[in-house]
Design a protein around this ligand. Structure first.
Ligand SMILES: [Zn+2]
Length: 379
């Protein structure tokens, strides 16, 4: 049997600050091999990843997560990589996000054992970093090998107060755009000889900000657009600058695609160009599309399992930033369910020991229900 707390401590004691692994995946692999999992390490670039599978049959239930953590920062009451337990609380970088959830899942897999199908884990060392050599590449490798995932649960810290109180059924997408307006630099006393890029850029900023993108959708809050900076960098009081830049971020729901948003911004920019004669370039960078696993058999199964353990009806949510579920959704239905995230990325990151054990119970209940009555295709 696997003790979730002892395994969580062992993982926290490996200082796996992105992209370093520091032996964290070795700890995990050893625990999984003891349970009979076939483990495959998948290094890409400087990042190490692990795919482990118990059993060869279908359906294949996959747990996805990451062993990498963000840097600890200063001022911890307990050393960030010691895994100290004080008054029933486990402290350490990764305690909430998300080494304890991985440990809880391994403990659940140990209890369920060889199932009517397969249990697998897709664990990356590159979730907190740029996300290039992690989940996305592992999924590509799985596809190449004909390895099928039927349903996936991501163990990110989704809870607001208690383990299991919130299930993320989707996330909004994220789009960054840089706008650069180019004019002609000149003397403020002779503005006719120059072309000031600031007013056209300001006009575009105002118009883009003025649009209400949508009123939300069945499962999502309204999309939002925020300008994060306007930069001219002009130290002189008597010079019209030659260039001005602005950056914005859009968090968008399932009523938009990156393409539709980029086309709208380019269109608005083209109008300002026509009206003002300024040159404006639009440089988009898509950091994630939205995903949604609509309520159905899979969400019901997971919600029922949570209620059976905690007695509380979980909330379905699509709030928050992006996660690796944005890649997994192209392969199978995916949900996110984990511990409370209040201390994630903070100094004194911690989680209650009882919560980790509760999460192990929840994961156990999910696995048992899943293999007893797998949700049908499409859900
Ligand atoms: Zn995380």
């Amino acid at each position: 049997m696997i003790d979730a707390i002892a395994l969580a401590q062992a993982l926290i004691r490996r200082p796996s600050v992105t992209p370093a692994d520091a032996g964290a995946l070795d700890v995990l692999q050893a625990a999984l091999e003891e349970l009979g999992f076939a483990c495959r390490r998948l290094p890409f670039g400087e990042v190490d990843n692990l795919y482990a599978r118990l059993g060869g049959g279908a359906p294949n239930f996959c747990f996805a997560g990451h062993t990498d953590v963000v840097p600890p920062g200063e001022g911890w009451r307990h050393a960030p990589f010691e895994g100290v337990i004080e008054n029933g609380t486990l402290y350490g970088r990764g305690a909430a996000d998300m080494k304890s959830a991985i440990a809880a899942f391994v403990a659940a897999a140990a209890r369920v054992g060889k199932a009517n199908g397969s249990i697998s884990l897709l664990i990356t060392g590159d979730e907190e970093g740029i996300g290039v050599n992690g989940t996305r590449k592992v999924l590509g490798w799985l596809k190449e090998k004909g390895e099928r995932l039927d349903h996936c649960l991501v163990g990110e810290p989704t809870a607001t107060a208690r383990a299991g109180d919130t299930i993320k059924i989707g996330r909004r997408g994220s789009l960054n755009v840089e706008l650069a307006a180019v004019g002609i630099q000149g003397h403020v006393g002779y503005p006719a000889r120059a072309k000031n890029p600031i007013p056209p850029l300001a006009l575009l900023v105002t118009r883009l900000s003025a649009r209400r993108l949508d009123d939300g959708s069945a499962h999502f809050d309204p999309s939002t657009l925020c300008f994060t900076t306007i930069d001219v960098g002009n130290p002189a009081t008597n010079v019209i600058p030659g260039e001005a830049r602005a950056r914005l971020n859009i968090r968008f729901n399932d009523r938009h695609t990156p393409e539709s948003l980029i086309a709208w911004i380019e269109d608005e920019a083209a109008k300002v160009v026509t009206e003002t004669g300024a040159e404006i370039s639009v440089t988009p960078q898509v950091s994630g599309v939205s995903f949604l696993t609509a309520p159905g058999a899979f969400t019901t199964l997971v919600a029922d399992a949570v209620r059976g353990v905690t007695g509380v009806d979980p909330q379905f949510s699509t709030s928050g930033g992006t996660s690796d579920a944005r890649f997994i959704k192209d392969f199978c239905p995916v949900l996110e369910l984990g511990l409370a995230g209040a201390t994630m990325h903070k100094v004194d990151e911690c989680v209650k020991v009882a919560e980790v054990n509760a999460l192990a119970d929840i994961y156990t209940a999910i696995l048992r229900a899943y293999f007893e009555n797998p949700p049908q295709e499409g859900q």
